[in-house]
Design a protein around this ligand. Structure first.
Ligand code: NI
Length: 226
């Protein structure tokens, strides 16, 4: 499932985050790429252990971790460290697969189940720079509004097209989900959306809603590893 959410709806708040990101110290992105990605990665990445970068990443992660749609779609157990990436002057990130086991923000190893990109730059400020996600059913090209975040399965082949004008600044990160299987996560997300829709129409104690509550709980019991 590929899902776009409005992560930071306030344009002024996104612009402030983008300005703070712009002022960070940058270095060649190849230093943080896994072996398969190193040869295809041409971008800049903020030095994330600097206090200003840590503060920015912490704020963004807090906003994402509290987002109700992200929580329902990704069922997060833990987040990775965030990276802040800047692509310009024809920079790009060729087709690659994200590392399966990465470092959590808390330090231990975690599995990457869901990848996310939070767009900080308005799409009109740059040409190119589409996030392209390849799947069996074709490819999807994504260029989000500033403040939007796209979530996609970490197991998909994906790339970032060359940025031919302006610059594209994004925050990227990974989530380990309580439910490793992406088809199971999608089923639970569909059922949560169904429950929200039915709650607007039926009494909470209706037989239909109680049955749905039971179904969601029992699927979580079957699939979740909290
Ligand atoms: Ni990637």
């Amino acid at each position: 499932m590929i899902l776009m959410i409005s992560a930071i709806p306030d344009p002024a708040a996104v612009a402030a985050l983008a300005a703070r990101a712009e002022a960070l110290e940058w270095r060649d992105g190849r230093t943080t790429a896994g072996p398969s990605a190193r040869g295809v990665k041409r971008n800049l990445q903020a030095v994330m252990n600097a206090p200003a970068a840590r503060a920015l990443a912490g704020e963004v992660q807090g906003l994402l971790a509290a987002h109700p749609v992200l929580r329902a779609a990704a069922l997060p157990r833990r987040f990775s460290h965030l990276l802040i990436s800047k692509t310009q002057d024809g920079g790009h990130y060729g087709a690659h697969i994200d590392n399966a086991v990465i470092k959590a923000a808390s330090g231990e190893a975690m599995r990457s189940d869901v990848s996310f990109t939070l767009f900080l730059t308005p799409p009109g400020d740059y040409d190119g720079g589409e996030l392209v996600i390849h799947s069996a059913s074709g490819t999807q090209e994504i260029k989000g509004e500033a403040g939007a975040a796209v979530l996609y399965p970490s197991g998909t082949l994906h790339e970032v097209r060359p940025v031919t004008r302006g610059q594209r600044i994004v925050c990227v990160g990974w989530i380990e989900s309580m439910v490793a299987d992406c088809a199971a996560r999608e089923t639970l997300f569909d059922l949560e959306n169904l429950r929200a829709a039915l709650r607007a129409r039926l009494p909470l104690q209706s037989e239909e809603l109680l049955t749905l509550d039971k179904t969601i709980s029992n699927l979580l019991r079957r699939w979740a590893q909290p």
